[in-house]
Design a protein around this ligand. Structure first.
Ligand SMILES: O=C(O)C(=O)C[C@]1(C(=O)O)C=C[C@@H](O)C=C1
Length: 109
């Protein structure tokens, strides 16, 4: 592997311009993802309070199974790795369950 700039495009203004254009797009997408996640967590917080008030369990594995099935299908249609989509959902849901449990503890005390 070379460390010189001669062949790797690092000094090529056209390469830099294209990289910059693509990174602008990535930054916009990342911002949208953060805003969408914030909205999702606002909704799940309300679910957390509802569940705590009515003594419902934090986790609902049957609902999660339906979400995974649906998201895997959407991922396949969108040419996104379904295994990644499932891992991503599981990561978010695990955090939501932690929030639900904290709300339930705070509501009980
Ligand atoms: O739908 C619910 O019951 C929720 O608590 C929300 C949610 C989710 O984040 O989508 C989180 C935990 C449950 O196990 C299932 C789904």
């Amino acid at each position: 592997m070379t460390t010189s700039n001669t062949h790797n495009g690092a000094a090529d203004p056209q390469v830099q311009a294209e990289l910059s254009r693509l990174r602008d797009s990535i930054d916009n997408i990342d911002a949208a993802v953060i805003h969408m996640l914030a909205e999702r967590f606002k909704a799940t917080q309300q679910v957390g309070y509802l569940k705590a008030r009515h003594h419902l369990p934090a986790a609902d594995p049957a609902r999660e199974a339906r979400q995974i099935k649906r998201l895997r299908g959407l991922a396949e249609s969108a040419k996104l790795d379904p295994a990644f989509a499932e891992k991503f959902l599981n990561f978010i849901v695990a955090e939501v369950i932690r929030h639900h449990e904290r709300i339930a503890e705070d509501t009980a005390s």
